[in-house]
Each structure stands twice: as structure tokens, then as C-alpha cells.
Ligand binder design. Structure first.
Ligand code: GSH
Length: 219
């Protein structure tokens, strides 16, 4: 039986996991988290009451967290994709970049977007300003880091790039990357051209109208 992914195509962390399935050419069953499928929502909430997605179920195993799902897919279903290099020193760098994209790009990006859908009286302008400052600082660092690199860590496309692709995709919509940051901008464009991520982006196109800040007419 194929592994079952509880996910939504427009979710950045779900796209991170989807990239791994597509890179590795691993078949899976997609269970759509949407109000149109209350039965699936019920299964998902029973699996992970924290209700963060994606969640993967494979036989009697339940895997939480996109990073873990990316690593699990390649471990359980050996294929062409190696998300983390065998060399331990190279693996440390991949894992470090994965954490940086989640914590300092995705987290502040989500803060800005989630604030926009709060009721007016519950908004947190101070927190949003902090999140935008974090994005600025992370962009600057990443631009220097990407100078002379094709992928985020090492020579091959890795777990770090699975994290980078959707996080930079939505971060740029939320708090545009200064075009003067040429290395970071070129890296984002390379990620968009990667077939695994391009497929995830295409599958999410019908949902762009729901982007709370308004999706730009590009990408
Ligand atoms: N640390 C989690 C974060 C997952 C996450 O934040 N997912 C978002 C969708 S992109 C979510 O579940 N949002 C729903 C909510 O917060 O209730 C991971 O790496 O998988």
C-alpha cells in the first residue's frame, strides 16, 4: 500500500514534502485537507491533534514534520533522491540550512500572513514588524551564502532546497526580496525551474486567490 499524505497543495510545508516525493518518484496517496472532506479532516485531527500539516501515514507509522517526511521518503523508498548526504559533515550543513529556511524564512513569513487574517482588534503590528526585520536579515545572509552556489548546501539538490523552495516562494510574495540581492533572487528562480517544485507550484495555482495578502501576477 502507498504511503498516505495528509496535505493541502497550497501549503508551503506540504509543498516541501511533495518535492521529496516528486524528486524520488515515490507513489503516494494524497488526502486533501479541506472542509469539503470532513472525514479526512477527522482522520487527520485524530492523528495529530496539534493540526499542523503535512502528516504522513505509512502502514503503522505516523510521521510528523515536513523535514522528517522528506528524510523518511528517501529512507523507506530508496530512489534517485538523496535528501541528506552520507558524509556526516556535509549532512550537518544540509540540516543547518533546512532549519534556517524553516525558522527564519517560513516562520516570519507565516507570522505576517496569519496576522493579516486575524480580526482587526487582535492584530500584532509589533510582531509583524519584527517578522519583517527577520526576513530582511535572513535575505541578506542568504544572498551572501548563495554567492557561487547552485543549491543551498553542497553540490546536489537536498533537503535544504526542499525547505528553501516554498519558503522563498511565499516569502517573496509576502515581503519582496530586494532585486539587488542577485544571488538569492537567482536561487529562487532556479528553485522555481526545478521540475519537482514547478509541479507543486502548478498544482497549487487554483488556490492563489486565497492568498491573504493577494497573490502577485507572476511565478
Ligand atoms: N513544523 C511544521 C510546520 C507545519 C505548518 O506550519 N503547516 C501549516 C501549513 S503550511 C499548518 O499546518 N497550518 C495550519 C495551522 O497552523 O493550523 C512542519 O515542518 O511540518
Amino acid at each position: 500500500m502507498s504511503p498516505i499524505l495528509y496535505a493541502h497543495p497550497f501549503s508551503s510545508y506540504c509543498q516541501k514534502a511533495l518535492i521529496a516525493f516528486y524528486e524520488n518518484e515515490t507513489p503516494f496517496e494524497f488526502r486533501m485537507l479541506s472542509p469539503e472532506h470532513p472525514d479526512i479532516l477527522q482522520e487527520f485531527e485524530a492523528l495529530w491533534p496539534v493540526k499542523k500539516f503535512p502528516v504522513l501515514v505509512d502502514g503503522d507509522r505516523t510521521l510528523l514534520e515536513a523535514t522528517v517526511i522528506v528524510e523518511y521518503v528517501a529512507l523507506a523508498y530508496p530512489g534517485p533522491f538523496r535528501p541528506v548526504p552520507q558524509d556526516p559533515a556535509a549532512a550537518i550543513e544540509v540540516r543547518m540550512l533546512d532549519r534556517l529556511f524553516d525558522n527564519y524564512i517560513s516562520t516570519p513569513q507565516q507570522k505576517v500572513v496569519l496576522d493579516a487574517i486575524r480580526p482587526e482588534a487582535s492584530r500584532d503590528p509589533y510582531g509583524v514588524a519584527e517578522a519583517r526585520t527577520m526576513l530582511e536579515r535572513a535575505y541578506q545572509w542568504l544572498d551572501r551564502h548563495m554567492q557561487g552556489r547552485e543549491w543551498a548546501a553542497g553540490a546536489a539538490f537536498s533537503l535544504a532546497d526542499c525547505a528553501a523552495a516554498p519558503s522563498l516562494f511565499y516569502a517573496d510574495w509576502t515581503h519582496p526580496i530586494d532585486p539587488a540581492l542577485t544571488h538569492l533572487s537567482a536561487y529562487r528562480a532556479r528553485l522555481l525551474a526545478r521540475p519537482s517544485f514547478a509541479r507543486a507550484v502548478d498544482e497549487a495555482r487554483p488556490y492563489r486567490k486565497y492568498f491573504p495578502l493577494g497573490a502577485p501576477d507572476r511565478d
